[in-house]
Design a protein around this ligand. Structure first.
Ligand SMILES: Cc1cc2nc3c(=O)[nH]c(=O)nc-3n(C[C@H](O)[C@H](O)[C@H](O)COP(=O)(O)OP(=O)(O)OC[C@H]3O[C@@H](n4cnc5c(N)ncnc54)[C@H](O)[C@@H]3O)c2cc1C
Length: 393
C-alpha cells in the first residue's frame, strides 16, 4: 500500500513540501488541504495588487493542471480543526475526516489583531491573504486617507502601494525611528528621508489609543486613529500591520510541543515521528525567520522526509532585505554595538543621494554591513563576512 501524506496549509511551505514529497516518492498519495479558497499564490507579492487590483490573477504560482500532473490532490476552502494522533487522522470543520501516514503542518501565520478599542469597525483591515487584499482594494479609492498601524516590512510595503493607488498613507510607528531593529540612527534617518520623498507621512513614537468611528456606535465606520498623546489622525481606512502570530493551535491541541511555534528538529520532525512542521509556524532548533525562502527550504525538507527521505534544514542567517518606498535596505550581522573586540567601523553616507554604507569589522574581520539606498554590494559583502579586510572572495 502506498504512503499517504497529508499537508495542512497551501502557502509556500505547504506546496514545497508537496512537490518535494512527490519527487521523493512517485507512488505516495499526497493531499494538500487549505482553508483559503485560492490556488497557492505569491503571498510576498500581495502588495502589488493593492496598487493595481488587476495584478491579483498574476499572483497564482501554478495552475490546477500543475498539481494534477504531479498527482497532488489540492483541497481548497477546508479548515482542519483537529489532529487525532492515535487514530492517525485529521478532522475538518465540515465533518469530514482524512487518514494519514505522515502529516506536515504548514499552517503559517495570521495577522495579529490587537485588543484595541474600535478594531471591529468597518474599514479596519489586515493584510496576509489574497482575500484580505480583495477586501482592501474593494474599498480603497484614490484620494482616501489610509492610516497604517505598524512600520515594519509589511506596513511599509503596503503604504508604498497604497500611495501608488493614488491614496494617501500615514504610517504610525511605535518606535522613535523607522526600522529601529535593523538600522542605526543615521541609516534610519536616510531611509525615512527617501520614503518621505514618495509622499508617505510618518508618525513616530506613535502609540495607538483607539480607532474612532464616524459616530458613537461600536460598528460605526472608521473615522480615524486616536494616539495616546491625544492626536487624532483622520482615516477612511485603517490597516493593522503590527505583526503576525503563528498558527500553532492545532499542533498544541494535539499535544505537540510549542514555544510560540511548533518545535521540530532539523529534519523538521516534531516529537511525533509521523508529524512534521515547516515554514512560519515551525521552529527547528530555536531558529525562526518569517521569510519566504526559509519557509520554502523547510517545506522541501519536511516533504522529502515525510516521503521517506533524509534531508536536513541548514540554519543560515538570512540578510534583512527590503526594496520599497523608492529605496532599498540590506543589513546583515553585527551592527557595531559593544562586543568582545572593539568595533572598527567604515562609514560612507550621501544624504543627497540617500545612500548609507556601514561596514563593521572586529579584530580585522568583517562581521556585518548596513546598506541603504544602494544595495548592489550585498552579495559581495555577504561572501566577505568572516574574512579579513582586503581578503578577496
Ligand atoms: C504582504 C506580504 C509581504 C511579504 N514580503 C516578504 C518579503 O519581501 N520577503 C520574504 O521573505 N517574506 C515576505 N513575506 C513573508 C512570507 O510571505 C511568509 O514568510 C511566507 O508566506 C510563510 O509561508 P508559510 O507557507 O509558512 O505560511 P503561510 O503563507 O501563512 O501559509 C499558511 C497556509 O496555511 C493555511 N492554514 C492555516 N491553518 C489551517 C487549518 N487549520 N486548516 C487549513 N489550512 C490552514 C492558511 O490559510 C495559509 O493558506 C511577506 C508576507 C506578506 C503578507
Amino acid at each position: 500500500m502506498s504512503t499517504k501524506i497529508v499537508i495542512i496549509g497551501s502557502g509556500i511551505a505547504g506546496i514545497s513540501a508537496a512537490e518535494a514529497a512527490r519527487q521523493q516518492n512517485l507512488r505516495a498519495e499526497i493531499v494538500l488541504i487549505s482553508e483559503e479558497n485560492d490556488l497557492p499564490y505569491y503571498r510576498l507579492r500581495l502588495c502589488e495588487a493593492i496598487a493595481d487590483p488587476k495584478a491579483l490573477d498574476a499572483l497564482t504560482i501554478e495552475t490546477q493542471a500543475h498539481y494534477d500532473a504531479l498527482n497532488i490532490s489540492v483541497k481548497l476552502g477546508q479548515t482542519v480543526k483537529a489532529i487525532d494522533r492515535l487514530g492517525k487522522k485529521i478532522s475538518l470543520t465540515d465533518g469530514h475526516e482524512e487518514a494519514y501516514d505522515r502529516l506536515v503542518l504548514a499552517t503559517g501565520s495570521s495577522s495579529f489583531v490587537p485588543p484595541l478599542e474600535g478594531v471591529q469597525r468597518p474599514g479596519v483591515k489586515t493584510l496576509w491573504t489574497l482575500e484580505n487584499v480583495r477586501q482592501l482594494t474593494a474599498e480603497l479609492k484614490p484620494g482616501h486617507q489610509v492610516v497604517v498601524i505598524g512600520g515594519g516590512l509589511l506596513g511599509l510595503l503596503a503604504a508604498d502601494h497604497i500611495q501608488q493607488r493614488g491614496a494617501e498613507a500615514t504610517v504610525l510607528e511605535l518606535s522613535s525611528r523607522l526600522l529601529a531593529n535593523q538600522l542605526d540612527a543615521v541609516g534610519s534617518a536616510i531611509f525615512q528621508a527617501s520614503a518621505e520623498k514618495r509622499g508617505i507621512h510618518f508618525a513616530l513614537g506613535a502609540e495607538t489609543a483607539e480607532i474612532v468611528g464616524q459616530y458613537d456606535e461600536p460598528h460605526a465606520p472608521v473615522a480615524g486613529v486616536r494616539l495616546k498623546d491625544g492626536r487624532l489622525i483622520e482615516a477612511d481606512l485603517v490597516l493593522l500591520s503590527i505583526g503576525v502570530r503563528a498558527n500553532s493551535q492545532l499542533a498544541a491541541a494535539a499535544g505537540l510541543p510549542i514555544t510560540r511555534r511548533i518545535v521540530t528538529d532539523l529534519q523538521m520532525r516534531t516529537i511525533d515521528p509521523d508529524i512534521f512542521a515547516a515554514g512560519d509556524a515551525a521552529e527547528p532548533d530555536e531558529y525562526w525567520f518569517g521569510l519566504w525562502p526559509v519557509a520554502m527550504d523547510q517545506g522541501r525538507v519536511a516533504g522529502t522526509n515525510a516521503a521517506g527521505g533524509d534531508a536536513i534544514f541548514a540554519k543560515n542567517i538570512p540578510p534583512y532585505f527590503i526594496q520599497t518606498l523608492g529605496t532599498e535596505v540590506a543589513v546583515q550581522g553585527d551592527k557595531g554595538g559593544p562586543g568582545e573586540f572593539e568595533a572598527d567601523i567604515d562609514v560612507e553616507q550621501d544624504p543627497m543621494r540617500g545612500t548609507y554604507r556601514k561596514l563593521v569589522y572586529r579584530g580585522g574581520v568583517l562581521c556585518g554591513f548596513m546598506l541603504v539606498g544602494d544595495t548592489s554590494e550585498m552579495l559581495t559583502l555577504q561572501k566577505k563576512i568572516g574574512k579579513r579586510r582586503g581578503e578577496s572572495v
